[in-house]
Design a protein around this ligand. Structure first.
Ligand code: HEC
Length: 111
């Protein structure tokens, strides 16, 4: 297979992977975490910002965020005030691999 073809395929699978997790995020998280309405949960860009401050590398970020969402808890929370305000985020029953995909999507999200 030519190099150009290979590059083309890796590009497609990357684009595809991003789309999938964007869709999963919108369907499973976006109802509470929007980009402008804080009535149900902290804004997603604030969540991303805070996690990036504490976990600057993508690897740490993905691990910390996916682990937390897998089992929401007070102890490891970066949003203790939000827990007081909204109460703890519910456990969603999404598997770890999917949560890691969502977390990677959030890390790379531009806006
Ligand atoms: C039913 C509403 C709801 C849904 C659905 C939801 N969240 Fe949340 N989330 C919240 C609330 C409320 C908080 C703030 C309180 C807290 O941190 O527990 C929060 C906090 C968070 C935090 C910060 C955790 C911390 O305290 O350090 C992350 C990260 C997060 N959500 C990610 C997600 C992801 C990813 C999804 C989808 C897989 C999701 N949430 C779906 C309501 C929701």
């Amino acid at each position: 297979m030519g190099k150009a073809v290979l590059i083309f395929f890796s590009f497609c699978s990357l684009a595809f992977a991003t789309d999938i997790y964007e869709t999963i995020f919108d369907g499973n998280c976006g109802s509470c975490h929007t980009i402008k309405d804080t009535s149900s949960a902290p804004l997603i860009q604030n969540v991303i910002k805070k996690y990036k401050e504490k976990y600057p590398t993508k690897k740490e970020f993905v691990k910390a965020l996916s682990n937390w969402v897998y089992k929401p808890n007070k102890k490891n929370s970066l949003f203790p005030e939000a827990i007081k305000h909204y109460s703890l985020m519910p456990e969603l029953g999404i598997d770890k691999e999917t949560l890691q995909g969502i977390a990677a999507y959030l890390y790379d999200k531009k806006d």
